[in-house]
Design a protein around this ligand. Structure first.
Ligand SMILES: Cc1cc2nc3c(=O)[nH]c(=O)nc-3n(C[C@H](O)[C@H](O)[C@H](O)COP(=O)(O)OP(=O)(O)OC[C@H]3O[C@@H](n4cnc5c(N)ncnc54)[C@H](O)[C@@H]3O)c2cc1C
Length: 572
């Protein structure tokens, strides 16, 4: 991570967007020249001590699953590759001429780091050093002109190019079978370029990481409103390229709704989509690039809608419901009541609520007895929690209306503590996966979106499939809510096989495939916010429809004639 620095921006009342060029930061940790396998696959800051909550998680799951210890290598040895870069000396020399020697790397560690995201299989592969697909070099272009030259050079020489933000993809979007060049924007594209209070918008380069953007905006009295769980280690360009949704998307909207303007470099040239609040000038072509996952161009700049930041007005609410169905009914009623909207809005299903209660010992003593007596039985009861943000009168109104509706469906108000606790841990919880894997626990997630009329069916069928595997946890939550439906997010955890990584990977792949197919057969979408990458790409044509997919392929061919941009992602 680049060191956090204050950006040299003064508050002004300027009516025109203010130029706010910030100083380039040092090389980020993710671009280190050497490092261990662990430094490549781990989440966030290497060797950060676990907080108490994560320690409790590791202890709880490894005991409950009777997991062994250290079935996979801890990955502490230095990365050393047997496979050398396949790019010829001539190609490397030409690329160095474009970007400068210091901005092209063929170092083993950097190549590994840029060839993987954070999908379970990718973590296992790195722990075992069984590398199948690897980029041949990493380029850190310094400006848009260099990116255009690289794309045109690679087009001419049929070298694959995969744009790279911070590598937090969970869909194998960076697993490029053709090798080639990883094009990393984190080193030189991390400036916040302008901010307009009047227009409520900010323009930044695509490699800006979440905290740098949010800290800058908070100082102006604004917030970006986009907080994926990967917020600390993902980029604005990656948010748009993967068409993501942050944890407060119910109130602030999805990334595609936030992007007002954008610059994209394609092998054919530079596309400028200027900032405009709304437009009817033909189809909105910038949307083509939101969700394109590096297959159509390199996003270099984004102008985002931002919102006023008034944390002191935020209302924190939580309720306990007797079962999932009644909590979902209350959630739907809240979203459709035209009372305004919460920002974070979540329900943990019975199993997820149960695990949370067990880990916090909430089931013991008087609380447990009272809840049981009131009919909030363990395993069935579900926790709903929410924040409402904005103007003080607005948040007070929405919160009071939400309480009324929740109570009508049997919601028992449980105060602000659960949601405040969750907010406290929402980024640090991403650190729990590596130590869980160290302890022999297999853990991954899949997510979808559904209409209200189909939500219970998708939840029941997918849960039933996951639970058909012996001794497997299936924790489900809803975390992005619309008037017309919501997402479903499945976390599944079981004991790793004792045997070699190969068997672990094949067993995991079987489980994973079955979950995806159950979601599709039950009517859920292939992804609500993680994107497609290479993970669910074989299902994409069916999901989009043959004609629509053919159109997408035609668009790809016309922009990327030689098929060099992230080949294979989105099945393109
Ligand atoms: C612990 C964890 C939690 C997560 N939580 C969320 C969540 O709450 N919400 C959510 O939406 N996602 C979430 N994700 C998924 C992931 O963080 C997002 O997809 C994120 O937007 C990826 O950003 P990145 O900068 O890391 O991109 P990368 O992983 O580097 O790249 C992702 C894809 O985008 C392309 N790409 C990246 N930058 C550019 C660019 N400038 N131009 C063109 N293409 C580009 C890449 O080629 C690749 O196909 C989570 C992931 C993890 C590991």
């Amino acid at each position: 991570m680049p060191a956090k620095k204050k950006l040299p921006v003064k508050k002004t009342k300027a009516s025109a967007p203010k130029k706010t060029a910030s100083k380039p930061k040092g090389k980020s940790e993710i671009n280190n020249k050497t490092g261990s396998w662990r430094e490549s696959f781990h989440w966030g800051v290497a060797n950060k001590p676990l907080d108490h909550s994560n320690e409790t998680h590791v202890d709880f799951f490894s005991k409950a699953l009777n997991a062994g210890h250290g079935e996979l290598d801890s990955g502490d040895s230095a990365v050393q590759l047997k496979v050398k870069s396949k790019l010829s000396a001539r190609h490397l020399g030409d690329l160095r001429k474009i970007c400068g020697d210091e901005n092209i790397s063929v170092g083993d560690f950097e190549r590994v780091k840029h060839s993987y995201g954070k999908y379970y299989e990718e973590l296992v592969e790195q722990r075992t050093g069984k590398i199948e697909h690897i980029v041949d070099a990493v380029a850190y272009p310094a400006d848009e002109d260099q990116i255009l030259k690289i794309l045109q050079y690679c087009q001419k020489n049929r070298i694959a190019v995969t744009p790279y933000g911070a590598g937090s993809s969970v869909t194998k979007a960076l697993r490029t079978p053709r090798g080639g060049l990883s094009l990393d924007l984190s080193r030189h594209f991390h400036r916040i370029l302008s901010f307009s209070k009047q227009n409520s918008s900010v323009t930044c380069e695509a490699g800006v990481l979440g905290p740098a953007l949010e800290e800058f905006l908070n100082r102006q009295g604004f917030t970006c409103g986009h907080f994926p769980q990967s917020f600390e280690f993902s980029t604005v360009g990656g948010w748009a390229a993967a068409r993501g949704a942050g944890q407060a998307s119910t109130g602030y909207g999805r990334m595609e709704e936030m992007v007002l303007g954008m610059t994209v470099i394609t092998p054919k040239g530079k596309l400028e989509f200027v900032e405009i609040p709304a437009s009817a000038v033909g189809p909105d072509l910038k949307r083509l690039f939101i969700g394109s996952e590096g297959t159509l161009g390199v996003i270099t700049r984004i102008t985002m809608r931002v919102s006023r930041y008034n944390p002191k007005n935020t209302r924190y609410l939580s309720f306990l419901f007797k079962d999932f169905e009644s909590s979902v009914a209350a959630m739907r009623n809240i979203m459709q009541a035209q009372i305004g909207k919460p920002h974070v809005f979540r329900i943990s299903d019975g199993e997820e609520t149960d695990v949370a209660f067990k880990m916090k010992n909430k089931d013991k003593g008087l609380t447990g007895k009272i809840l049981k007596a009131l009919g909030y039985a363990a395993g069935e009861r579900c926790l709903m929690y929410a924040t409402v943000e904005g103007n003080r009168d607005y948040t007070a109104f929405v919160a009071s209306q939400m309480k009324k509706i929740a109570r009508k469906s049997g919601g028992l108000p449980t105060g602000s503590y659960p949601v405040k606790k969750w907010l406290e841990q929402r980024y640090s919880s991403a650190y729990v996966r590596d130590p869980l894997m160290d302890a022999g626990v297999r853990i991954d997630t899949l997510e979808t979106a559904v209409r209200w009329d189909n939500l219970m069916r998708v939840w029941e069928n997918t849960r039933a499939y996951i639970k058909s595997f012996e001794n497997t946890f299936c924790l489900v939550h809803i975390s992005h809510v619309y008037e017309t439906g919501a997402n479903l997010y499945f976390v599944f955890a079981s004991r790793m096989t004792d045997s070699a990584a190969k068997k672990e990977l094949s067993e995991f792949a079987k489980l994973h495939r079955g979950i995806v197919e159950t979601i599709i057969e039950s009517g859920g979408t292939l992804s609500h916010h993680h994107g497609i990458g290479r993970l669910t790409s074989p299902y994409l044509e069916k999901a989009m429809g043959k004609e629509a997919f053919t159109l997408l392929k035609d668009i790809k061919k016309s922009i990327d004639v030689a098929g060099i941009l992230n080949p294979g992602a989105l099945n393109l």
